[in-house]
Design a protein around this ligand. Structure first.
Ligand SMILES: O=C(O)CCC(=O)C(=O)O
Ligand SMILES: [Fe+2]
Length: 336
């Protein structure tokens, strides 16, 4: 349940128009080495340049794990509000408030550290409540941890294919992008969002307001329910048709910086206009806190100018924490 105070419903009410469907490219992660993999890597790079968003097939995450995690999460959200709030500190439960700066949505969520049983250091950013690290693991937590391990592995495989497509893969063991998400101290997390059906009389509500994700990549899936929309280059919104089996990947702010603006951190939002509830599970792949980030020298070319000044991931998060959801967090790191 999302309990809104007087006046809050009006803040998140939207007109009912659904935008046209986005032309989302598919990338087959299981393409065999050789021309098929090269084509997949090219498709991935093109999608990151065009939309900053693509669909992943051949991902290797077992369907039974996805279904079990999703069902367990839905079971949690169906429990009485008091019980959810009681368990809140152990699972990072929150409702309607996104971040600490007044953004509201028709959503309740769980927020877990991406390294199983570790406390996350950020929500969308680090300002939101973090679960207690000493929390005992329950069956839901165990399933979500197992899911996170599998999706994190996939995120690294996506980043390896991406490096190949960019021509910066280097030699074996030189995982220039994947290493940022694969390290034990990488700042990864899982967010499970539940968007209850829209209330009667309201054609459409903001579930999760427009924003870009701050990390390197986000790997997302939902229970075959529509609602996710992405902004195209011309600013128009396009809806993402639900997909029961594939995962979707967002380019995050940090990947836009690493590629010196070649890849686009995709603006996206969730609109609730359905009578069915939506459960989405989003893995955020972020770098270690002290990692220095800036455009990769391999992508600058000879005499190329860096569009961003270097920063650490901690610095970026601290600065982003002070912003509203929809704000452009990268502008303050752009070189004039
Ligand atoms: O729930 C979704 O489908 C997307 C949510 C989202 O964008 C986020 O949690 O950052
Ligand atoms: Fe997001």
């Amino acid at each position: 349940m999302v309990v809104l105070a007087k006046g809050e419903l009006e803040q998140i009410a939207l007109p009912a128009a659904e935008p046209p469907p986005a032309d989302v490219r598919s990338v087959d992660l299981s393409a065999p080495a050789g021309p098929a993999r090269e084509a997949a890597a090219r498709a991935l790079v093109a999608a990151c340049e065009e939309h900053g968003f693509f669909r992943v097939t051949g991902h290797g995450v077992p369907a039974r794990l996805v279904r079990a995690a999703e069902a367990a999460a839905a079971g949690f959200f169906a429990r009485p509000q008091g019980e959810k709030e009681e368990e809140g500190p152990t699972l990072g439960y929150g409702s309607k408030r996104i971040g600490g700066n007044g953004d509201l949505g028709w959503v309740e969520y769980l927020l877990l550290g991406g390294t199983p049983a570790a406390a996350p250091s950020s929500a969308l950013l680090p300002c939101a409540a973090a679960p207690s690290p000493s929390a005992p693991a329950g069956p839901l937590r165990d399933l979500l941890d197992e899911y996170t391990v599998a999706v994190r592995r996939m995120a690294c495989a996506v980043l390896e294919l991406m490096a190949e497509g960019l021509g910066i893969a280097g030699g074996a063991g030189d995982a220039v992008l994947a290493r940022l998400v694969a390290r034990a101290d990488s700042d990864c997390m899982l967010r499970v969002n539940h968007y209850p059906p829209r209330p009667a009389l309201n054609p459409s509500l903001t579930g999760f307001g427009e924003h870009t994700d701050p990390q390197i990549i986000s790997v997302l899936r939902a229970n075959g329910t529509s609602g996710l929309e992405i902004a195209l280059r011309d600013g128009a919104w396009a809806s993402v048709p639900p997909d029961g089996d594939a995962f979707f990947v967002n380019v995050g702010d940090t990947l836009q910086v690493l590629t010196n603006g070649r890849f686009r951190s995709v603006r996206h939002r969730v609109v609730v206009n359905s009578e069915k509830s939506r459960v989405s599970m989003v893995f955020f792949g972020g770098p270690p806190p002290g990692e220095r980030l800036g455009p990769l020298p391999q992508l600058l070319g000879d005499g190329g100018r860096s569009r961003y000044r270097d920063f650490t991931w901690s610095e970026f998060k601290t600065s982003g924490c002070r912003t509203r959801l929809a704000e452009d967090r990268l502008s303050r790191f752009e070189k004039k």
